[in-house]
Structures are given as structure tokens and as C-alpha cells.
Design a protein around this ligand. Structure first.
Ligand code: GLN
Ligand code: ZN
Length: 769
């Protein structure tokens, strides 16, 4: 590899870093502030201390340029809303009274005022607060947070680069404010927004920023010519400003496609691109577009959203190719390190042989620094690290954990017939009807019952050794007894055991499957102060023993009506875990599906007549670009059918999904070939039922008639009215009656009241048939 002169030495940088700190200091301080136990000053100083620690860690590790402004008390899109002055009307008084309390009011709502809506940040498990805009929105610049954080970093003597959500992405992520016509296009506000960005850029320049990064991940999605034109205008205008820092436009999570030539030609000084996963296509596209002559290219070659050690030689080869395409090439993670946990070294329970394969934010930072050194000084300068890296990669590739011959030969032998029920739906439905003997409009729930304080205490007691496994299981059994006897009394038709033994619907299974790892400290921000610990699909997946059968059969032994077995589906298991990057996702899904298939078979053999396999993540894992949808849906639906396809015709398979907006996956829902699907529908007034019907969905469906996201109890009349609407789309012999989702976040009083109303509604509407 060529040795570059010091003037063009590659720099190591990142776009963002995990926010909460090693000991979850930020979460504790913010939640303490909400409870009145921590003052605003104490919160601010905890936050400043965390920023300082993170920057010093980054620069101590050898990073040349640290990001600023990526830190947040809740969410960086909400911070952008504050920066551009787009505070919704209903929150304005609170924000004016107190900026911090007003900020949290926008994030979480108050007794009287609803929060901003929250939704997923692209295809990650991070959630942002959706900007609400309308034709009357007036933007005003407020660069205080950005300037203050830049000033803090500069005061430490660091080279710092403010990171902002770019104006095009900000508008593309927004939705029409309440009361504004639904077809209002926020992008029409671009001309009003750009002067505000100009002002912020000027303020940052004045505060000492040489470079400012503008993140435009929305440009990696399929975009219309009008949207591409807006991006073109935005960067022509911002690039044309006289008083501005150098601009680095960053995109990540996928390939840029049609937007690449737009950004490559824009009058900005730098582009930051993702070169991992599907975004690896950026390399060829960049070459085809003639590269970035005269510009800085920041190359995201270290996967910023997964936890595997980088293949340093492969990255160096990509970087080497890129050197010919830009004036200067710097090294980075593919996206903010926000999406990975902080430090793999904190994991004391993971086998050291496997731990070596993992790279969390700290380890990724070191990889980026190594790659920059290799790029600048030649590979000789990093020989030791390359040798060590090669050994780690080889140990992973050749490990019995990643290569279990039994799992592999079984997966290879899967035939199309394994993923098909033995009879088409019509025949199955008849067999199930005679086996189950259910009334029309049967009632059921989605699985979980309230996760009470007692249950959480029991789990904590077990962990702390206050009670033993036997003591814990007694408490679980007592809970199941209560849940079953309640449902019998309430008159539900198909019962559930209530899932009291599950800490989480993915982790519970991950802990029991071979090849799946749980972490102790691998927290990743989901939203606000809510952090999750995604398990790691590390090796070939197998099931040493049954995972749920004893609880389901225990529940059935207490019940006079059918109890549903309850499993998390393969697609959702992948979606809420860190996945393998050494084989196609479809292969991992197939392994998980085969393990779950055995669980389904064991449930059936134990007498379970109804098995539900939840797939709430089927829609959310849809790839960002439509061209990638068919391949994804093919393996995803196959994995579901492989899980459920082996049962007898008279065993009824249910599935469940939440989060509305099913329009684009109705065909995939059909392809699951489940006998019954329950969906979220209460808030959208049964729109889902109509979508299914207009597609000609031939099987049974339970569009939810109780919105379980709120403590509000629906009246029997209200639920009955929703059922009547549902009947306009789905005939009575195929319509089920159920809530939108599981009840684990609800309390018992509203659960009782709502379920009683739901049963009453079903009885009333049955009487009208
Ligand atoms: N069976 C799960 C429950 O009821 C489903 C949860 C979900 O859809 N997210 O809790
Ligand atoms: Zn749900």
C-alpha cells in the first residue's frame, strides 16, 4: 500500500457515541430529574461530565476528530426541532416557561398535552420524535446547544466537528401537524428552513468549527425526482453561503443510489458514505460517478450497528480503492456508534474465546484508529494488529460454535414441503372447528397479562439469590393460576398462560437456545431513557430442550378451554438481536425457525391445540429500499412457515403483529399461511381489516378492538361498534375478538374492565348475527 504524506494523512473519526455512560449515569440522572430527586444543575453537570469523558476517551484512543452535538437528553431529532424552532403550538407555553421541562414535555407528554409521536429511526431499533410541521410553521434558529457542546470540546483542546441532522432528512422525517391536511408535504418548507440552517452554520463557524457534518440518511431510501431535486437545491444553497464552515454531508444505513451523483456534484467539501452491508454498493457507484475529485471522503468501513470485529484487511483494501477516488480519505464507522453498546470488555460472563469476536463502541474506535494508521502509514505500521485480527477472524470462522454440523446438515436438508402445511386452509379450518368447538367471533388475548411488581420482584429476588429456582417457579405457577381462573370467569374462549416467566419476548428464548448470547451490560438506546440489551446470534442455533412446554401444559391442566402456546417468531428474534454477519440473514432465520419448529412440535405433542407465533417485527425489518423487499420477504415468510408448517391440520396456528401500516406487506401476511392473525387496529378504526379484505385475505383475523397503549378502558358499545365495522370486511366465521397487543404494560384493574367489555361486545354482536 502507498504511504501518504502527513498533509493528507487519513483521519480517524466517528459520527456519534453511546450517550448514557458506563454506569448508565445519564439514564439515572434524567429519571432522577423527572422524579424531582435530581436538580437541573446536577443533570447538566452529569451530562457535561459524560460528554467530556467520551471525548477524552475517543481522543485518548487516537481519534483525530471528535463529534459534538450528537449527545442528547432524549433524541437528536427532537434536538433538531428545538434548533430550528419548530416547537408544536401545544408545547410552546411549557417550553417558554422552562426549556428543559418543555423539552421533556415534547418527548413524553404531560397530564394535559400529548407528546410528539415516536417512530423508528430508519431500520434501527432507535426511536426518534417525529417533527410536526404545517404550512404555518415558522422556523427560527437556536444554535445554543450545538455551540455550547462545540465550545466544550474545543476548550479541551480537541479537534471537533458538530454533527447536525440535515435539512432534507429533517423534513422527510416530519409529518403534518395535527389539524393540518394529511397530504401536506413538509418538504415544501425547505426554502423556509434553509436560512435557519445558514444561521446555525454561521454561529458554529464563529464558535470555531472548521467542519460541520450534516446527516442525510433519508437519501438512502427510494426517493422521487422531486425529493432528489430538493436535496440538490439544499446543498447548492448551503454550499453557496459565504460565511460557513466546510460541509461534510453524511449518509448511512444503505447505498445512496440515485442520490449519489446529486451529493457528489454538490458544492460541499466532503461526503461521508457507508461501505458496509448493502451500502457496499456505494463503492462501485462512486467510481462510476467519477469519484469525489477535490473532496474529502469519510469512509464508513467499520459496521456501526453490529457488534462483530472488523476484517481489517478487507477494510484496508476498500480504503485503498477509495484513495484513488477522492482528494483525501478518512476512516469512520458506517453510522453513529449510538447503535452499539459501549464496551465489550465489561462482559465478564461471555467466554473469552467468543468475547474476542466482539467489538462494541470502544473496540470499534480502536479499529478505526488502526485502519487510519494503516491507510496513512502503510500496513507495516500495523502488522501486529493485522496478525492478531487475522487470528480472531480465523477462530470465529472455524469455531464449533459457528459451525455445528448437525444444525448445518438439517438446515441444508429443508425442503419446500417442510415449509407447507399438509392441507390448505379450508380443510384445516374445518378440522380445527370440530376440534376446538369455538363460538362465532371467538374471544382471546395476545399473550401477556400485566407484569406486576410482584413478578418483577420475584425475578430480582431470584437473581439476587433471595429465592431459589423452586421458589421462583412457585410464584410463576401462582400467577398462571390467577390468570387462568380470571379468564375462565371472564368468559374468554381461547386462553393464554400470561407469559409471567418471560423477562422479554426475545431474550427469554435467546437464553435457552444454544448459539445465542446474552450480555450483562450491552445496553443500547431504544428511546429516551429506555435502553435494551439485544442478545447476540453468535453461532449455529439449536434447542437443547423444550422452552415453553411446561408452562403451557401447566396452564392447560388448570383450564377447561384451550390454552394457546406462545412463541416469538424467527423474524422477530433476528430483528431484536445482533445478527451474524458471516452468513446471509435467511440462513440464520432458518436455523432459528428449525429450533422453534421443534418447540411447536413438542407443544402439539403435549396436547396444545392452538399455537401462536408472534411476528411483530415482520414489517419493521423491511429493507430501506423496495428493490430489496422481495428477497427479504421470501426468507422471512419461509422462516415463519418452517416454524409452523409441521403441525397437524387440526392444530390452529395464530400469529400476531402490531404497529399498523400493513398495506405494503399484505401479500407477505398471506404468505405466512397462519390460520389466524391478530393485528393492531383499534386506533385506525379497523382499517387493517379493510386492507386485508381488499387483498382477498382468505383466513381468520382479529383486528384489535382495544388500544392497549393507553390505560383507557373501551366500553362494550365502543368495542361492539368496532366489531360491526370489522364485519363489513371480514365475515363472522372468520372474525376474532381481541385486544391490539399484549397486556404486560397494563395494570389489572383496567385489564379486567376492558376484557369484560370485550367479551360483552362479542356476545352482543353474536346475538345480532
Ligand atoms: N405475545 C406477546 C405479548 O403479548 C406479543 C408482544 C408483541 O406483539 N410485541 O406480550
Ligand atoms: Zn403486539
Amino acid at each position: 500500500m502507498t504511504t501518504k504524506s502527513a498533509a493528507t494523512a487519513a483521519r480517524a473519526t466517528v459520527y456519534g457515541y453511546p450517550r448514557q455512560g458506563q454506569k448508565r449515569e445519564l439514564k439515572k440522572a434524567i429519571e432522577g430529574y423527572w422524579k424531582g430527586r435530581v436538580t437541573a444543575d446536577a443533570l447538566h453537570s452529569t451530562a457535561a461530565e459524560l460528554r467530556r469523558t467520551h471525548w477524552q476517551h475517543l481522543s485518548g484512543a487516537g481519534l483525530h476528530e471528535v463529534p459534538t452535538g450528537d449527545f442528547s437528553y432524549y433524541d437528536h431529532v427532537l434536538d433538531t426541532t428545538v434548533m430550528v424552532g419548530a416547537v408544536p403550538e401545544r408545547h410552546r407555553a411549557a417550553v417558554e416557561a422552562d426549556a428543559l421541562d418543555g423539552y421533556f414535555a415534547m418527548a413524553r407528554g404531560t397530564q394535559d398535552v400529548a407528546p410528539l409521536e415516536m417512530t423508528k429511526w430508519f431500520d434501527t431499533n432507535y426511536h426518534y420524535l417525529v417533527p410536526e410541521l404545517g404550512p404555518d410553521t415558522v422556523f427560527t434558529a437556536d444554535a445554543r446547544k450545538q455551540v455550547a457542546e462545540l465550545t466544550e470540546a474545543l476548550a479541551l483542546g480537541l479537534t471537533a466537528r458538530p454533527v447536525l441532522v440535515g435539512p432534507v432528512t429533517y423534513l422527510l422525517l416530519a409529518k403534518p401537524a395535527p389539524g393540518v391536511a394529511a397530504d401536506f408535504d413538509p418538504l415544501t418548507l425547505l426554502d423556509r428552513l434553509l436560512p435557519v440552517y445558514a444561521e446555525v452554520l454561521a454561529d458554529l463557524r464563529a464558535a470555531g468549527a472548521e467542519w460541520v457534518q450534516l446527516d442525510e440518511p433519508a437519501l438512502v431510501q427510494d426517493r422521487t425526482p422531486a425529493e432528489l431535486n430538493a436535496a440538490n437545491r439544499a446543498y447548492r444553497d448551503l454550499g453557496g453561503l459565504a460565511d460557513r464552515p466546510k460541509l461534510l454531508v453524511a449518509t448511512y444505513f444503505d447505498r445512496l443510489g440515485e442520490a449519489l451523483p446529486v451529493l457528489a456534484k454538490a458544492p460541499v467539501e466532503g461526503l461521508a458514505l457507508d461501505f458496509t452491508g448493502p451500502a457496499a454498493a456505494n463503492l462501485e457507484a462512486l467510481a462510476a460517478a467519477g469519484g469525489l475529485p477535490g473532496k474529502r471522503l469519510v469512509a464508513g468501513v467499520v459496521d456501526g450497528r453490529n457488534i462483530w470485529v472488523n476484517d481489517l484487511e478487507k477494510s484496508l483494501s476498500t480504503l485503498g480503492t477509495l484513495l484513488g477516488l477522492a482528494d483525501r480519505v478518512d476512516v469512520c464507522a458506517s453510522c453513529s456508534l449510538l447503535h452499539v453498546p459501549l464496551d465489550a470488555a465489561a462482559e465478564k460472563d461471555i467466554d473469552p474465546q467468543i468475547l474476542r469476536w466482539l467489538a462494541f463502541a470502544r473496540q470499534k474506535t480502536a479499529e478505526i484508529v488502526t485502519l487510519a494508521a494503516g491507510l496513512s502509514q502503510g500496513t507495516d505500521a500495523i502488522t501486529g494488529r493485522l496478525t492478531a485480527n487475522r487470528a480472531v477472524l480465523a477462530s470465529r470462522a472455524n469455531s464449533p460454535i459457528t459451525r455445528d454440523p448437525a444444525v448445518r446438515s438439517r438446515a441444508a436438508a429443508v425442503s419446500d414441503a417442510d415449509a407447507r402445511r399438509s392441507q390448505p386452509y379450508a380443510g384445516r379450518a374445518a378440522a380445527q372447528r370440530s376440534r376446538l368447538g369455538l363460538p362465532l367471533l371467538p374471544t382471546t388475548t395476545i399473550g401477556s397479562f400485566p407484569q406486576t411488581t410482584e413478578l418483577r420482584t420475584a425475578r430480582a429476588d431470584l437473581r439476587a439469590g433471595v429465592i431459589d429456582t423452586a421458589g421462583y417457579e412457585e410464584r410463576i405457577k401462582a400467577e398462571i393460576q390467577e390468570v387462568i381462573s380470571y379468564q375462565e370467569k371472564a368468559g374468554l374462549d381461547v386462553l393464554v398462560h400470561g407469559e409471567p416467566e418471560r423477562n422479554d419476548m426475545v431474550q427469554y428464548f435467546a437464553e435457552q437456545l444454544t448459539g445465542y448470547l446474552a450480555t450483562q451490560h450491552g445496553w443500547v438506546q431504544s428511546y429516551g431513557t429506555r435502553y435494551v440489551r439485544p442478545p447476540i446470534l453468535a453461532g449455529d442455533i439449536s434447542r437443547p430442550e423444550a422452552m415453553t412446554v411446561r408452562w403451557t401444559t401447566y396452564a392447560q391442566s388448570l383450564a377447561s378451554r384451550p390454552v394457546k402456546g406462545m412463541l416469538t417468531g424467527p423474524v422477530t428474534m433476528l430483528a431484536w438481536s445482533f445478527v451474524r454477519d458471516d452468513q446471509p440473514l435467511g440462513e440464520t432465520a432458518r436455523q432459528v425457525a428449525l429450533a422453534l419448529r421443534d418447540e411447536v412440535a413438542d407443544l402439539e405433542a403435549a396436547g396444545t391445540a392452538v399455537v401462536q407465533v408472534d411476528e411483530p417485527a415482520l414489517r419493521e425489518t423491511l429493507p430501506l429500499r423496495a428493490a430489496d423487499h422481495p428477497a427479504y420477504l421470501a426468507w422471512a415468510t419461509e422462516a415463519f412457515r418452517l416454524t409452523t408448517g409441521g403441525v397437524r391440520p387440526d392444530t390452529q396456528i395464530h400469529t400476531h403483529m402490531c404497529y399498523a401500516e400493513f398495506g405494503d406487506i399484505v401479500q407477505a401476511i398471506d404468505d405466512l399461511d397462519a390460520d389466524v392473525i391478530s393485528l393492531e387496529a383499534a386506533r385506525s378504526h379497523m382499517q387493517v381489516a379493510h386492507e386485508l379484505a381488499s387483498h382477498g385475505y382468505p383466513r381468520e383475523a382479529g383486528p384489535g378492538v382495544w388500544d392497549i397503549h393507553s390505560p383507557r378502558v373501551p366500553s362494550a358499545e365502543e368495542a361492539a361498534a368496532l366489531l360491526r365495522t370489522g364485519l363489513e370486511a371480514i365475515p363472522a366465521d372468520r372474525l376474532w375478538v381481541n385486544p391490539d397487543c399484549g397486556l404486560k404494560t397494563r395494570a389489572w384493574p383496567e385489564t379486567r374492565a376492558s376484557l369484560e367489555n370485550l367479551v360483552a361486545a362479542a356476545r352482543a354482536v353474536r346475538g345480532e348475527l
